[in-house]
Design a protein around this ligand. Sequence first.
Ligand SMILES: [Zn+2]
Length: 254
Amino acid sequence: MKLTFLGTGTSMGVPVAGGFSFDKESSDPRDFRYRVSAWVQTEQTSVLIDIGPEFRFQTLRSGIKQIDLVLVTHEHTDHIGGLDDLRPFNYAQRSSIPVITLPRCKEAIYKRFYYMFGPNKTPGSVDVEFLNAKEFQPFVFKDLRITPFPVLHGNMPIWGFKINDLVYITDASAISEKTIELIKNCKILVMSALRLGPKHPTHFTIPEALEIVEKISPDKTYFIHMNSQVKHAEHEHHLPENVFFAHDCLVLEL
Ligand SMILES: [Zn+2]
């Protein structure tokens, strides 16, 4: 299995547009972060996790030619804003593309992308179909065993995904014991860690994320969803052994 980080930045991306940033700019390319998304490839399938506003650029940059399934963690725009750009994949694959997400997010997509669904669907618009999945219930998709699980993003429950031995969590600010039990001792943990500090109402800071990493005890951890405060070269060596900052285009072989 191959995991490609398509984007590792927070909701505004890094650097921030329009000069709104308190943080000094970095010339390190690893500190250039598109909105979070990841691509899982196996011999049999190609699965996307989240589809943000930079999806089109990400597919071109990483050479994505096929998408068999999209897993969506939640309905914030930095995670679904690229849905429209699935169109060329529909055309090339001559089929609709299955999407798996939690029921509330499905409703939000129906509302926000109303023109893709129902009897008044705009001809030629994106063709997606929702597959049913339930929290804590594993399902098999080609050669992957995928289990959605809940984490909290502020007050809002969202989904993370266990995909074989990989665990992907973004935008979390609290994780229940039941979820920890499911994902404990995984091989690779991908988890959001917004900034060094101060505390944030809907995201783990790096010190908070590190406490959770200890509980989950994975072989290796890669942090994502970092803001412009986090500088790869300056801050990575403060992380414990086997904990790293992911960066855009980083590829892991699992
Ligand atoms: Zn986000």
